[in-house]
Design a binder for this molecule. Structure first.
Ligand code: ADP
Ligand code: MG
Length: 733
């Protein structure tokens, strides 16, 4: 950190590592020339002047105009990085990574040196790093360690129009860290208040504002909070910048006019029954009948993209040599980095590229050469029901604003065409104008914990740009209280402070903290790491489904539940010394396992930070399950008739996901990791528990009577035969 601050190491010139190869030199020269052709370039001086003159600036410019890659470089060239880093946030990990890679190329430096990126569980920066691209969530976490962002001279909150949860919270914090009235501050010559620490200058006292205030114990950090020298750039791809400007006390807006060519919009005459099929047919039609130019198709996620890729490969195989080559490039968050680079490679003469992308290509990434856009009109979106506390990922119609952005991707380098796989009627009458900001449709427990950790006690009055529903906030506080992270008056407890150290959902953090008590932290961090990787551990090729299923079920031997199965996968892999061959043999994705290992390593380091020792008893599965229950007791469900389940609190009918090892076992009481809504509401990653654990572990949350009918029936069934345990579960329902 210090090396950045003491400056002078880097002059106004872009530092370039010595390049001995003239070919590389000319490639670099070419990149430098390209930079000058971007729409933002003519505005370079104007922008720098505006940044010099104002503390906060709103920047609006079309996708592809050069905001993300160029502005941080301009700041570097103008010497801002002598005073501290330039941080630039992105809502998506892939964008942070890809943009950092691009900028490091343009500057002719190695990624991770002067230009780096930081995403959850992956820090590719060094002492040298002056331009730091990161997810908005990572900057939020940096606030915890450095509430005044002292190592930064400029923070650029990019892609602000996306209005992710973390971006919205950053807005509030950044506004507060500039605006002294939002925090406790030293106020000359007013009445002294009790509780001022010794050694405090006595002619200064504390002034409370009603907006937000710091906890006493945090006072020592607070004084440096006035970062009047911190420059704040808010950049957005859409034109509704007024709202950002209003929020930041009428900050000036700079507009960068983009180049935009006309885009012809086509709708379908009738609604499409299957948009995936329709999209594939459209790709092939364009490929066969339309003039050269690449195609961009928007899908909702990895699964759809993989399916589309397979079908397209299959169908183009039979096209013969008369038809030009179709190069298929998928892009989604979990795609390995080396494959991600492929979408940016220029299309060879005579071929056509089709990019199958998630929402990431809407505004975060710009792919040159796109002439045709296919927009099925859907995206995957989080939705949260504060009444039931349930969160689901849903395939949802996009907003008009999104549809407009998507169409715009075809008109960057010349006139384009957009094929909307929905009717004009649907567009005009059914699509919302804008997507609801994430803060209004998500679980806020994580954010609430983070803000509490920052000493912001009164969340109800935090200066949100669009406040979350009061009920959602209340739910979040309730959850944190139930987890023991907050006390009755809403202050952070020791448990809460330790939980906040982990970049995980509070339930997962609590599970880890609880593993200390149950002496199984070794196992529990493996489980947490495996859960964090998501649903890409098991690999199931369509032609070997039976083998893959058998391999998967091996880990479910003993019916110990999905968490324990994940643990077994990890431990077995570790025993083979992390063998790739072993993964192949067991239909397990090596890449996901490596990621789990990285995450686990980090969790292990964090354990040290919160002073939890590594403890292990691999045979005491109940201890492990109890630790899991300590985090996930909210997610409990009880078996009903016909194999469905009912959640215990806020009763809802749910089912065990068919991929679960317990899908056939149907234990009477389970806890689950998450709910997914497909054809039904499914619980994913399920473990059997004993109902009395709920009362033992969360006595403030569960009363005996909620679980005791079950215990009565248990004692009854014990006195009968054992054959009843699986089928005769319905007597009390
Ligand atoms: P904005 O942030 O305004 O949307 P960017 O700065 O991301 O624009 O992109 C500017 C230009 O840089 C784009 O036209 C694109 O061609 C190029 N570019 C950005 N990222 C990459 C990359 N990873 N590989 C190749 N070119 C890129
Ligand atoms: Mg950008």
């Amino acid at each position: 950190k210090a090396s950045v601050m003491d400056g002078d190491k880097y002059g106004d010139e872009v530092p370039m590592e010595s390049l001995d190869n003239s070919k590389e030199k000319s490639a670099l020269q070419k990149l430098q020339d390209e930079r000058k052709t971007l729409p933002v370039y003519p505005y370079r001086e104007e922008l720098l002047q505006a940044i010099h003159d104002h503390q906060v600036l709103i920047i609006v410019g079309e996708t592809g105009s050069g905001k993300t890659t160029q502005i941080p470089q301009y700041l570097h060239e103008a010497g801002y990085t002598k005073r501290g880093r330039v941080g630039c946030t992105q809502p998506r990990r892939v964008a942070a990574l890809s943009v950092a890679a691009r900028v490091s190329q343009e500057m002719g430096v190695k990624l991770g040196h002067e230009v780096g990126y930081s995403i959850r569980f992956e820090d590719c920066t060094s002492e040298k790093t002056v331009l730091k691209y990161m997810t908005d969530g990572m900057l939020l976490r940096e606030f915890l360690g450095e509430p005044d962002l002292a190592t930064y001279s400029v923070v650029m909150v990019d892609e602000a129009h996306e209005r992710t949860l973390s971006t919205d919270i950053l807005f509030g914090l950044l506004k507060a860290s500039r605006n002294t009235s939002n925090f406790i501050f030293l106020h000359k010559k007013s009445k002294p208040l009790p509780g001022i620490p010794l050694g405090w200058p006595t002619n200064y006292t504390l002034h409370f504002s009603t907006v937000a205030y710091m906890h006493w114990s945090e006072l020592k950090f607070d004084i440096t909070r006035f970062r009047t020298d911190l420059k704040l750039l808010i950049s957005s791809a859409t034109l509704d910048a007024e709202k950002f400007s209003d929020y930041f006390d009428s900050a000036p807006i700079v507009e960068i006019p983009g180049r935009r060519f006309p885009v012809e919009i086509n709708y379908t005459k009738a609604p499409e029954a299957n948009y995936l099929d329709a999209a594939i047919v459209s790709v092939l039609q364009i490929h066969v009948t339309e003039p050269p130019g690449d195609i961009l198709v928007f899908f909702t996620g990895q699964e759809e993209i993989e399916t589309a890729e397979a079908i397209l490969k299959h169908r183009t195989r039979g096209l013969g040599t008369k038809i030009a080559e179709l190069i298929i490039c998928p892009i989604y968050a979990n795609l390995p980095t080396e494959l991600q680079a492929k979408i940016f490679e220029p299309t060879p003469e005579g071929a056509r590229k089709v990019v199958l992308a998630t929402n990431i290509a809407e505004t975060s990434l710009t792919i040159d050469g796109i002439k045709y856009v296919i927009d099925p009109g859907f995206c995957k979106m989080k939705s949260y029901n504060p009444r039931t506390g349930m969160e689901s990922l849903l395939i949802t119609p996009i907003s008009k604003a999104s549809a407009l952005q998507r169409a715009g991707r075809s008109g960057r380098t010349g006139p384009g065409k957009c094929f909307r796989l929905y009717t004009a009627y649907n567009y005009f009458n059914n699509l919302e104008d804008n997507t609801l900001p994430e803060i209004q449709r998500t679980n806020l427990a994580n954010v609430a914990l983070c803000l509490k950790r920052l000493g912001i006690l009164d969340l109800q009055n935090f200066d949100f740009m669009d406040p979350p529903p009061a009920e959602a906030l209340l739910r979040a506080l309730e959850l944190l209280f139930a987890l023991g992270a907050l006390n009755k008056v809403g202050e952070l407890t020791k448990v809460g402070t330790r939980m906040a150290e982990f970049p995980l959902d509070p339930m997962l953090s609590k599970m880890i903290i609880a593993s200390d008590k149950y002496k199984c932290s070794e196992e529990v961090i493996s489980i947490a790491a495996m859960l964090s990787v998501g649903n890409s551990i098991f690999y199931c090729p369509k032609d070997k489904q039976v083998h893959a299923d058998n391999a998967r079920m091996n880990f479910h031997f003993g019916n110990d539940g999905d968490h324990i199965a994940l643990l077994k996968v990890y431990s077995s892999w570790k025993e083979t010394n992390f063998s790739t061959q072993w993964c192949y043999e067991n239909y397990i994705q090596v890449r996901s396992m490596k990621r789990a290992r990285d995450i686990r390593d980090q969790l292990e380091r964090l354990l040290e930070r919160v002073e939890i020792e590594l403890t292990s008893d691999p045979n005491d599965l109940d201890a492990i399950k109890k630790a899991i229950t300590s985090g996930f007791f909210h997610h409990s469900a009880r078996l009903q008739k016909y194999g469905s389940y009912r959640t215990v609190k806020n009763p809802q009918t749910v089912h065990i996901h068919p991929s679960s090892g317990l899908a056939q076992v149907l234990p009477r009481w389970v806890i689950y990791y998450e709910l997914v809504l497909t054809t039904k509401e499914y619980m994913r990653q399920v473990t059997e528990i004993k109902p009395d654990w709920l009362v033992e572990i969360a006595p403030h949350y569960y009363q005996l009577k909620e679980v005791e009918d079950r215990m009565l029936s248990l004692s009854l069934s014990l006195s009968h035969t054992h054959t009843h345990t699986n089928n005769n579960n319905n007597n009390q329902l």
